[in-house]
Design a protein around this ligand. Structure first.
Ligand SMILES: *[C@@H]1O[C@H](CO)[C@@H](O)[C@H](O)[C@H]1NC(C)=O
Ligand SMILES: *[C@@H]1O[C@H](CO)[C@@H](O)[C@H](O)[C@H]1NC(C)=O
Ligand SMILES: *[C@@H]1O[C@H](CO)[C@@H](O)[C@H](O)[C@H]1NC(C)=O
Ligand SMILES: *[C@@H]1O[C@H](CO)[C@@H](O)[C@H](O)[C@H]1NC(C)=O
Ligand SMILES: *[C@@H]1O[C@H](CO)[C@@H](O)[C@H](O)[C@H]1NC(C)=O
Ligand SMILES: *[C@@H]1O[C@H](CO)[C@@H](O)[C@H](O)[C@H]1NC(C)=O
Length: 348
């Protein structure tokens, strides 16, 4: 079989694997691709030398890793040859087979109907663009001149980062005539897939001996931000523990979700938080280094416009919806503060 075919198959497998292990991206996101497949290496596991000779490598060309080499096909190859593709993912240091596979399919049909990999494959090689019309492939020396995958027609999915492998096996009747593997790495994690639009702030309970909060969410410079004041009357340090619960609107009502931050000393929790506290400090006169400035001294703090940039948020796709974070502060067993921040999450 052609290397081309093999590569294609591998890629297809990878795609399928990815699709299987991924969350399906909603329509609003469908013009974006969330992963890049970095070609890693090509491994020829077995070839029947009466039928072909594969000489293929993955190399960096013009800063991009591409498939290079040639395949000598010694007998004509048509749909009597079937190809099967299995998927593997590296787990605990080892590549393990995953559930996703493509069952044995006639090779011209499989590659001819593939719109994701085969077109790129044929563009930079001697393999025919229309492999269905040109089936069976004739004996010859087919060169691969730096094949890269644009993934233009790839299903729009979010794929967990990791090392993947597609294993392609060709059969002539019951005889295995070729086995190759293509390894790829996927580690694209630098995008934010949602925006949080602040909605409202609700003060449910405060111990007026400790503080007085006057907070609202307002449009400032076209962006909804947290503005207001905190009149802190006593030092606020690590003897106070904070717990954060999450809620999501379901069937018209906010309901608690499993995700929560357990009771944690206040300066530690906020000082180590890389997601929200930095934005909070930037838009207020709270100290940017809360751990060094613990306990927070009694003072009037102003929030002149806290905007959540979410720059360091884990790169996840969050279902659109109405969410709420509920924060509870405890002084010993006494609850001294409960507030909620409501936000709407939209996918970008
Ligand atoms: C096949 O073509 C490649 C160049 O594309 C060449 O290096 C190689 O020697 C050729 N092999 C044969 C057997 O003709
Ligand atoms: C690499 O870049 C050079 C110059 O930009 C170009 O001529 C050449 O075709 C490129 N090679 C491949 C394999 O894309
Ligand atoms: C992703 O892969 C590139 C290229 O191998 C590497 O330089 C980079 O550090 C990787 N990023 C992560 C987050 O693993
Ligand atoms: C916590 O309780 C102690 C003892 O009642 C009190 O002195 C302190 O001000 C309280 N701290 C806060 C932040 O309410
Ligand atoms: C904070 O402001 C209130 C009025 O809003 C005032 O009574 C109080 O003295 C101020 N506290 C400090 C520490 O400046
Ligand atoms: C709003 O925009 C003005 C002018 O660009 C700027 O001076 C001000 O700091 C902005 N306010 C906030 C809270 O970002």
């Amino acid at each position: 079989m052609n290397k081309l075919v093999k590569y294609l198959l591998s890629l297809i497998i990878l795609i399928k694997i990815l699709t299987e292990t991924s969350e399906i991206i909603p329509k609003s996101l469908q013009n974006k691709i969330f992963f890049e497949a970095l070609l890693d290496r090509f491994e020829l596991v077995y070839e029947n030398k009466e039928k072909f000779e594969w000489n293929v490598k993955i190399r960096k060309i013009n800063k991009t890793r591409s498939i290079l080499g040639y395949v000598i096909i010694k007998t004509s190859l048509g749909n009597e040859i079937v190809e099967e593709i299995k998927s593997l993912k590296k787990q605990g240091g080892e590549y393990r087979y995953m559930a996703y596979k493509i069952n044995k399919t006639p090779f011209c049909k499989l590659n001819g109907e593939d719109l994701i990999f085969y077109p790129d494959f044929a563009k930079s090689s001697d393999f025919p663009q229309d492999i269905i019309e040109k089936c069976p492939l004739q004996p010859g020396n087919y060169s691969l001149r730096g094949i890269q995958f644009s993934l233009k027609n790839l299903p729009k999915v979010v794929v967990p980062s990791g090392d993947y492998c597609a294993e392609s096996t060709f059969y002539d009747g019951d005889e295995k005539i070729l086995v190759y593997r293509i390894y790829i790495t996927h580690n694209k994690t630098n995008e934010i897939f949602f925006e949080a639009i602040l909605d409202r702030f609700e003060l449910i309970h405060e111990d007026k001996k400790s503080f007085e909060w006057k907070i609202k969410i307002r449009k400032v410079n076209k962006t909804r931000m947290i503005v207001g004041t905190l009149n802190l009357k006593v030092p606020l340090g690590n003897e106070i523990v904070e717990e954060i619960l999450s809620l999501k609107k379901q069937g018209g009502e906010y309901r608690y979700m499993a995700y929560k931050v357990k009771k944690t000393p206040f300066c530690k929790l906020n000082g180590e938080d890389k997601f929200f506290y930095p934005d909070f400090a930037r838009g207020s006169d709270f100290p940017s280094n809360l751990i060094e400035n613990c306990p927070l001294q009694p003072e009037n703090y102003t929030l002149h416009g806290v905007n959540l940039m979410l720059e360091n948020i884990p790169k996840v796709v969050v279902p659109s919806g109405d969410y709420c974070a509920e924060s509870n502060f405890y002084n010993g067993t006494e609850k001294i503060l409960t507030y909620r921040i409501y936000a709407t999450i939209n996918q970008i």
